[in-house]
Design a protein around this ligand. Structure first.
Ligand SMILES: [Mg+2]
Length: 157
């Protein structure tokens, strides 16, 4: 069942998929941030979850093993384009995207909902500008979909 949000002054969101960057978004220094694993488990009941990552630390597959997520590790070059291509193939109108870096900008902009995540690795100003909302950290980002009134409160006009 997709997540449906009707947000006054913003529009209707029908989200079937969540596409996440890994480092700086779900992980710090290549290690999954605290609280992320259980939230991904719960979210997978409603959203198909994809992680698209340059995998700077080479840890993404291991860190996400056993979780209900599809992991795509990208080659060193052309990551922004590859992330955009992944979201385009998944249907941007039904995608929410979480990201923090410059290689997330195009997919954040393309998705129906783009969430910039600010943690220890920071957020690129271009990624912020391409997003609908900025949240402090991985748990807060995932909680937007588990506590939907937060999203409503942040986006309504
Ligand atoms: Mg990142």
């Amino acid at each position: 069942m997709p997540l449906v949000f009707d947000i006054p002054g913003y529009g209707s969101l029908h989200l079937a998929r969540l596409v996440c960057d890994f480092n700086g978004t779900l992980a710090v220094d290549g290690v999954l941030a605290s609280g992320v694993a259980e939230r991904l488990q719960r979210l997978a009941e409603n959203l198909e979850i994809h992680v698209v990552t340059g995998d700077t630390y080479g840890t993404a597959r291991q860190a996400l093993a056993g979780l209900p997520v599809n992991v795509q590790v990208l080659p060193e070059r052309g990551q922004a384009e590859a992330k955009l291509a992944a979201v385009s193939a998944l249907g941007p109108d039904e995608c929410a995207v979480l990201g923090n870096g410059r290689n997330d900008v195009a997919m954040l902009r393309a998705a129906a909902l783009g969430i910039a995540v600010i943690g220890a690795e920071g957020v690129a100003p271009e990624a912020l500008a391409a997003s609908d909302l900025l949240v402090p950290g991985s748990e807060a980002a995932l909680d937007l979909f588990l506590k939907p009134k937060r999203l409503l409160a942040g986006l309504r006009a």
